[in-house]
Ligand binder design. Structure first.
Ligand code: ATP
Ligand code: MG
Length: 180
């Protein structure tokens, strides 16, 4: 499984539709302060289901929508699509290419799609559970997170290790079964 492309439109500083294609090897994103590097990583976390506006450096979720600049009006919609090459079926779906889209409108309406089909947030979260991807995963390590992991409570640290080990899905199934 491999990250292929990221398409950002109306999200944070990316007013125009911007596509980043990830070629083989390592991709580095460089640019001056404030040019949008962190916004790209936040787009990745957002499209995979991040629900905390605060962790995206905003007060409320619509703050991720392009807020306008000196010469541009604010936009009404943010949209991000992430595309994976899934020919090894690492993501548990029959698709050999998987794209996930999230859209948010200023009136609060939101939409999630997997391969252009409407779905629920839960479907997106399930797609990434125990893969090491996903909104809370260890594959996206933001500034300060390493320190936060070291300083976290043992139970929280255990959750991180369980996700790495791939047992979180079973644990959640067990909890659900016990509630029923
Ligand atoms: P640094 O090198 O300092 O870490 P960076 O390249 O990571 O910088 P970002 O933090 O990604 O930069 O981008 C910050 C810029 O994004 C700021 O100029 C900010 O005004 C802009 N920005 C954030 N949210 C929005 C929004 N909703 N609409 C328009 N611009 C936004
Ligand atoms: Mg930054």
């Amino acid at each position: 499984m491999k990250l292929k492309a990221l398409q950002i439109s109306g999200f944070k500083s990316f007013a125009d539709k911007t596509t980043i294609n990830f070629e083989d090897g390592i991709t580095g994103i460089v640019g001056p302060n404030g040019s949008g590097k962190s916004n790209i990583i936040e787009a990745v976390r957002w499209v995979m289901g991040e629900q905390s506006a605060k962790s995206l450096r905003g007060g409320k979720m619509p703050d991720v929508i392009f807020a306008g600049s000196q010469d541009r009006k604010p936009l009404n919609r943010a949209a991000v699509t992430i595309t994976f090459d899934n020919s090894d079926h690492f993501l548990k779906t029959d698709y050999t290419e998987v794209s996930v889209t999230r859209k948010l409108f200023r009136n609060g309406d939101s939409q999630y799609l997997i391969n252009q089909n409407d779905c629920r947030l839960k479907d997106v979260l399930n797609l990434f559970i125990d893969t090491g991807l996903g909104r809370d995963s260890f594959s996206v390590i933001s500034q300060g997170r390493v320190e936060a992991i070291f300083n976290s409570k043992p139970e929280d640290r255990r959750t991180i290790i369980e996700e790495v080990a791939g047992v979180l899905a079973y644990k959640q199934d067990k909890q659900k079964a016990e509630q029923e």
